[in-house]
Write a protein that binds this ligand. Structure first.
Ligand SMILES: Cc1ncc(COP(=O)(O)O)c(C=O)c1O
Length: 508
């Protein structure tokens, strides 16, 4: 018997006379025991992760990590869940970056709240897709209610609408897409969705500050405008968009024959955590008939706090807003939203498919979230995590976390300013501080020494800090994103930074 025949026979046997094994592994009405066992074992590993990972990182080098993963033969399945989880421990869990530890103070990764983790169990197992009512009945209305709630926090009227997305970059893309298409429809009577870009699309201009997130640049390219469409507006001493320079930049582009279309203001810059002056920018947008998108991917946490909510004053004047719940609402990845002030603008995105959301359907009677989604058809029910969070913890508690983070950051900034071995670049509205070690070296060496400190700490696994460049110079960056982190924790981290700085000097 040749191999092909044998395979055929074996297949017939397993399909026509299924054995016990055939029914295993698929999540179905009789698989509760296996499901419970697998989830319990996975959950045990999470407990081990909390217990055993006492440093934010193991310090493993990329070549060692790569070899471990490459050694796995994906075509030879493991015999049981225990072996599977043992393997995953070695390949992933032991070396996973622990965002929940105070010594993780690097990127915009928040610790997550437990109710949202409980929601994840339901989300992944029940696996609803948010396209249409027939795929997610309660999910459709839960998502809608959370979008309405978020719109209200922004200060929008009931005329607002939006959708959960995979992240801030995608939400920003939706903002610029609507800005581009709205401009063309309204002022050029040109329908980009149907006809492609208008002949003068290469003249479209989008204004962002020097410190805006890079997704603006990528999105301009994705939208067919090219990165050349992005105009960088100068910033003030706290790296916020300078409204005077914005006005000048708009005038200069008009003078050149270009076509201003949109402004993206940033509420909470990635590098400094500062909020652009939203009201002034909104007034400029209005005067010039420009779409204003506010990227509040990071700054959205300010919606939660009474004490610091004023920092977002003017956000309600924007045409659209990006919210990253997976940043400042302490949600597990992914969880983000795009919110638009005038829900009619979302009609630009609608596309009908006979099998899913036919044109003739009454969407008030039988809703379909797919009508508002730009690139995801199948879409996770991420909204349930925020639902669990608000229903169990409430907005106020999340707001307290935000207040604490802001205040710990202010104290840290003052502490750094007082230390003659450290140099702080500027204060933050939220939780990001850019600084460097400066002890006893000439300026030319500052970049090398700070790079050395960052790398040393990273591969020791003891402390993870981020870095950035300002005017070509290398700086260390703290992103304080953990409400349980105290000033003392941060003082310890700063001491380690200084120790490593001293070591560098001894070595060189
Ligand atoms: C200001 C800002 N906007 C947008 C983004 C992109 O968000 P995401 O990583 O969710 O795509 C980030 C990410 O750090 C950000 O800081």
């Amino acid at each position: 018997m040749n191999n092909a025949l044998m395979n055929d026979e074996a297949q017939k046997k397993s399909v026509l006379i299924p054995d016990q094994n055939y029914y295993k592994d698929i999540f179905h009405q009789h698989s509760n025991d296996e499901y419970s066992e697998a989830i319990q074992l996975a959950q045990d590993r999470v407990s081990d992760f909390l217990k055993n990972n006492q440093k934010p990182f193991s310090g493993i080098r990329p070549d060692e990590m790569k070899a471990k993963v490459e050694n796995v033969d994906l075509d030879t399945p493991l015999p049981d869940y225990e072996s599977l989880l043992n393997e995953v421990d070695e390949l992933y869990v032991k070396h996973a970056t622990a965002y929940h530890l105070p010594e993780y103070i690097a990127h915009l990764n928040c610790p997550v709240v437990i109710p949202a983790l409980a929601a994840e169990v339901l989300i992944s197992a029940i696996n609803s897709s948010q396209d249409t009512y027939d795929q997610s009945a309660g999910g459709t209305f839960i998502e809608r209610k959370l979008i309405d709630w978020t719109s209200k926090q922004i200060g929008y009227s009931e005329n607002a609408d939006g959708i959960f997305t995979a992240g801030g970059s995608q939400s920003n893309l939706m903002g610029l897409l609507l800005a581009r298409d709205y401009y063309s429809l309204e002022y050029q009577k040109w329908n980009i969705k149907l006809d492609g870009l208008p002949p003068d699309a290469s003249k479209f201009r989008i204004f962002v500050s020097d410190k805006a997130h890079f997704s603006n640049h990528k999105n301009a390219w994705i939208l067919g405008l090219g990165e050349q469409a992005i105009v960088h507006v100068g910033v003030d001493a706290r790296y916020r968009m300078d409204p005077k320079q914005l006005e000048k930049a708009i005038a200069a582009e008009i003078e050149k024959g270009n076509i201003p279309v949109a402004i993206t203001a940033t509420a909470g810059t990635t590098d400094f955590g500062n909020v652009d002056p939203l009201t002034e920018i909104a007034n400029i947008a209005k005067r010039n008939n420009l779409w204003l998108h506010v990227d509040a991917a990071y700054g959205c946490g300010l919606l939660l706090t009474e004490k610091y909510r004023y920092l977002l004053n003017g956000i309600e004047l924007a045409d659209s807003v990006t919210i990253d719940y997976h940043k400042s609402f302490f949600q597990p990845i992914s969880s983000s939203a795009f919110i638009v002030k005038n829900k009619l603008h979302l009609n630009i995105i609608k596309h009908h498919a006979d099998y899913l959301n036919p044109k003739e359907q009454d969407y008030d009677a039988l809703p379909a979230q797919i009508n508002k989604s730009i690139i995801q058809s199948t879409r996770r029910f991420d909204a349930l995590k925020l639902w669990f969070t608000l229903r169990y913890m409430g907005k106020e508690k999340l707001g307290q976390y935000t207040d604490t983070i802001i205040e710990t950051t202010q104290q840290t900034a003052e502490h750094i300013e007082k230390d003659e071995n450290l140099e702080l670049l500027c204060h933050s509205d939220m939780g990001v501080l850019v600084f460097r070690y400066v002890n006893g070296l000439d300026q030319a060496n500052y970049c090398n020494i700070n790079q050395y400190i960052k790398e040393k700490l990273f591969f020791s696994g003891e402390v993870l800090v981020a870095s950035t460049k300002v005017n070509g110079n290398f700086y260390l960056k703290f992103t304080i994103f953990n409400p349980l982190t105290t000033l003392n924790d941060i003082k310890n981290i700063l001491n380690l930074i200084k120790q490593n700085g001293n070591d560098y000097q001894q070595l060189n």
